[in-house]
Design a protein around this ligand. Structure first.
Ligand code: NAP
Length: 447
């Protein structure tokens, strides 16, 4: 560990951090451009082969940026996409970003430092940053925007150059240091550990926009909300938002353990997708699985779902459109099983349903989400913790859908359980309000 990182871990004050030089290189989980073709024709695209942990050069800091010493990060599905180089190698994003010139050229490197979540300590600020100071403890929002684009001021997700940090930009969070724009910084929820805090921003805020925001499904009390993957990263937060907002969360999962978790999180009805038989986009399969699912929901809840929370994609999208209530909404932010969706449009138009595309969250939505986390109203979905050296192993678990909720990665934090500065709130909200699923991973066992 370099001297600056050691000082951060020791909790040294801002004036000490400011005096210690920034290292020339740092440890990071990254992919390499020369590996981009390694999975061509390979069936099992094992991310452990492409995701490397090693030294990369430290970039210079732009005037609107902060250098964050990363205490913890979290695994996201986008790291799996990056590491299998699909649907296209992320080096294409870096290249096109670099073509803008100026500070953007730094992003076009032969290595891509991944990771779209982080908690940590600010160690340097660009000359144009206001509102933050060295030593501040932060979490990092994923949305990377151009604040000089007029569209950004209506909705940060609509700016033409909006990017996902650590996926469409370089210098992400699975590393000892991360370079972020000041417009990504949020105060760390201080009743949470570093790893509990790190895993919320991306998935919680994406779920918030999808369900709660008026740019998403604009959920209201009494709505029936059907949530695919209710014990997964996005789904676990969606269940909590639905529960908190007076809606009825209905979870779909694939194992007894996940069913138990979905119930504990607040699902009033949990359906094991194994009960639905084959799931897929073939019209006959959609009809048979959709009818089975609709029947269970009507039997147990008396109505069809007003909102379907979608991210699974090809395998489930047709079913989601089929089961949504007349006038209901299917809100989608992803396509884990394939983006070439197929659905029967008759069910959409004749029953006046809507499909809403959603992506990430703007800073306001991200701030609202963080506020709920900071007040102990939304718990971290952390279930396991890995050291940075084992980030490839953590990514493999997510790739194989072996994980539950969120998988944390310790970057500079020497062990799990550190970083709590508001013990009173932690005590008040109890295990249920912090990380109720935390059980395992190489560093989490026994907690
Ligand atoms: N656009 C955005 O801003 C954004 C943000 C975050 C995530 N995403 C995308 O959203 C997707 C999910 O992300 P995540 O972090 O929630 O991933 P995750 O933690 O892996 O959870 C996904 C869940 O989907 C369910 N699932 C997997 N395969 C399925 C299948 N064939 N049929 C039905 N359900 C299936 C699994 O639950 P069960 O096995 O229990 O059913 C799993 O828990 C990814 O594609 C990710 O890239 C997009």
């Amino acid at each position: 560990m370099d001297a600056l990182a050691e000082a951060v871990v020791a909790g040294e004050p801002a004036d000490v951090l400011e005096r210690i030089p920034v290292p020339d290189a740092y440890t990071a989980a990254h992919t390499r451009v020369q590996d981009a073709g390694m999975f061509r024709g390979v069936e099992d695209k094992d991310v452990r082969k492409s995701l490397r942990v090693g030294e990369v050069p430290m970039p210079e800091l732009a005037p609107d940026e902060a250098l964050v010493a990363v205490m913890a990060s979290a695994m996201n599905y986008n790291t799996v996409w990056s590491a299998i180089f699909e649907p296209l190698p992320t080096f294409a994003f870096l290249k096109s970003f670099g073509r803008q010139g100026g500070w953007a050229t730094r992003h076009d490197q032969p290595h891509h430092v991944l990771g779209s979540d982080a908690s940590g300590v600010i160690v340097r600020l660009g000359s144009g940053v206001r509102n933050w100071k060295v030593g501040d403890r932060v979490v990092v929002a994923t949305n990377y925007v151009d604040d000089q684009d007029p569209a950004t001021h209506a909705d940060g997700m609509l700016g033409g150059d909006q990017r996902a940090w650590g996926f469409e930009t370089n210098f992400g969070g699975l590393a000892h240091y991360a370079v972020v724009r000041a417009s990504q910084l949020l105060a760390k929820p201080e009743h949470l550990t570093w790893e509990e805090a790190a895993c919320n921003p991306l998935c919680a805020a994406t779920a918030y926009r999808m369900l709660v925001s008026d740019r998403g499904a604009n959920m209201k009390q009494g709505d029936l909300v059907l949530i695919w993957g209710a014990a997964g990263g996005l789904g676990g937060y969606a269940v909590q938002f639905a529960r908190n907002g007076g809606a009825t969360p209905i979870g779909i999962v694939s194992s007894d353990r996940k069913a138990e978790i979905a119930r504990d999180l607040g699902c009033e009805l949990v359906i094991d997708r194994r009960e639905l038989g084959r799931i897929g986009s073939d019209p006959d399969v959609v009809q048979s699985a959709g009818k089975k699912l609709g029947k269970i929901i009507r039997r147990e809840c008396g109505e069809d779902p007003n909102i379907v929370f979608e991210h699974v994609g090809q395998a489930t999208f047709g079913i989601s459109v089929f089961v949504a209530a007349r006038g209901g909404t299917v809100v989608t932010c992803g396509s884990s099983t394939g983006y070439d969706h197929r659905f029967d449009n008759r069910y959409l138009w004749m029953r006046l349903k809507r499909i809403i595309g959603s992506h990430g969250a703007n800073l306001q939505e991200q701030w609202e989400t963080n506020r709920l986390v900071r007040r102990g109203k939304v718990a971290s979905m952390l279930s396991a913790v890995y050291p940075l050296a084992e980030a490839p192993e953590a990514a493999r678990g997510v790739q194989l859908n072996e994980h539950i909720g969120k998988v944390g990665v310790l970057c500079l934090a020497p062990r799990a359980g550190l970083g709590v500065a508001d013990a009173a709130l932690r005590e008040r909200v109890g295990a249920r309000g912090t990380a109720p699923l935390m059980v395992g991973g190489p560093l989490g066992a026994g907690r």
